[in-house]
Design a protein around this ligand. Structure first.
Ligand code: TXA
Ligand code: MG
Length: 327
């Protein structure tokens, strides 16, 4: 199969036809690129798992273009969903709800719940509005780092998908927050740019009450994905990073440092890929930096951020990428 990258607006008509004929299309979102198929078509959705090499026990997110579409995807939808939707949709929030009968087993991995998200990208939403809700995981090969550009997708899925809609670099840079509303108390299954602190006021959790939104693991979090192909470590300080870097060089390895500008001065002239100035810059650029680093280096040393909220969300992904290895 020939894989083409086409400007998102220009490729929209073709993308609609492909989805309607049961094929896959890669589309941009503000978090990471998605590999989409008609969510109502089990045979089309099966192709997603084949293209990615993804285990079938890991359920997919269904992407919608308007809040009201949720009624086709889910049932017994609690009022709080609509409150959250009013504040965070479109956006980097995925909500797990009881599943409607229209959604085939392959989307939910046979489970009784379904994950729903409305992406920000106008092209993604137009594609959905003109075809079907799209079941879509991140558009990487299973276990690799999620893609934040069309080029990243091509590197992983060349020959496996017909069309990649190129919408430029993803603004957020890590996958959406997954919030489960089906297990009594709201539970964050995967942290992201929409943080517990941002969600709390709408979930009846008073700030300062000591009560927090629960956390648990989504089915996908048990897999060691998001990992680069090079040996990767998280560094608890610039000093240990510099020491380990120098040791690697002595051993004839080719290390690189992934650090923000704040700590750059402490790293001297060692080779570094910048993760920018702020936590949001770090989040935006870390996956892209991991993909750049693995091409030319065999050791990747990533800065560890302290703090809650988005810093903790991005560290969740860094810890995955380094397989828990901390210097
Ligand atoms: O930002 C994102 O969420 C991107 C873009 C493309 O929307 N999508 C994405 O999909 O990251 P994926 O498949 O790579 O990750 C979906 C996560 C997995 O951890 C999966 O286990 C979890 O959501 N998930 C999906 N359906 C679920 C369900 N019914 N219950 C609990 N977790 C679910
Ligand atoms: Mg993924």
């Amino acid at each position: 199969m020939i894989t083409r990258i086409v400007n998102a607006e220009e490729g929209l008509d073709e993308a609609v036809s492909l989805i309607k004929s049961g094929e896959l299309v890669v589309f941009p979102t503000e978090t990471v690129y998605g590999l989409g198929a008609n969510a109502y078509d089990a045979a089309a959705v099966k192709k997603i798992f084949e293209a990615k090499g993804r285990p079938q026990d890991n359920p997919l997110i269904v992407h919608i273009s308007r809040v009201e579409e949720v009624r086709d995807i889910a049932r017994d939808i609690p009022d709080v969903f609509f409150t959250l939707a009013a504040h965070f949709m479109p956006g980097a929030l995925t909500v797990v709800l009881p599943r409607s009968e229209r959604i085939p087993d392959i989307v939910t991995a046979g489970g009784d719940t379904v994950a729903v998200r409305m992406p920000k990208s106008p092209v993604a939403r137009e594609l959905i509005a003109r075809s079907f809700p799209l079941a879509a995981p991140s558009a990487n090969r299973s276990k690799h780092v999620s893609p934040t550009s069309a080029r990243h997708v091509f590197d992983d899925l060349d020959g496996r998908v017909p069309l990649i809609l190129d919408g430029g670099e993803c603004e957020v840079g890590i996958e959406s927050t997954v919030l489960d509303l089906t297990s009594g108390e709201p539970v964050i299954l995967r942290p992201g740019a929409v943080t517990a602190q941002m969600l709390a006021p709408f979930l009846g959790v008073a700030p300062g009450s000591g009560k927090v939104i629960g956390t648990a693991k989504s089915p996908g979090m048990k897999y060691e994905h998001y990992a680069p192909t090079a040996d990767a470590y998280a560094a608890s300080s610039p000093a240990v990073a510099a020491l380990f870097y120098d040791k690697c060089v002595k051993e004839g390895r080719r290390p690189v440092l992934l650090f923000g500008e704040g700590k750059a001065a402490e790293l001297g002239d060692r080779e570094r890929i910048s993760l920018g100035e702020s936590v949001d810059d770090f989040m935006h650029s870390v996956y892209s930096a991991l993909r750049t680093a693995e091409k030319e280096h065999d050791v990747i040393i990533v800065e560890m951020l302290e703090g809650e909220g988005r810093a903790a969300s991005v560290m969740n992904r860094v810890m995955k990428a380094v397989g828990g290895k901390v210097l």
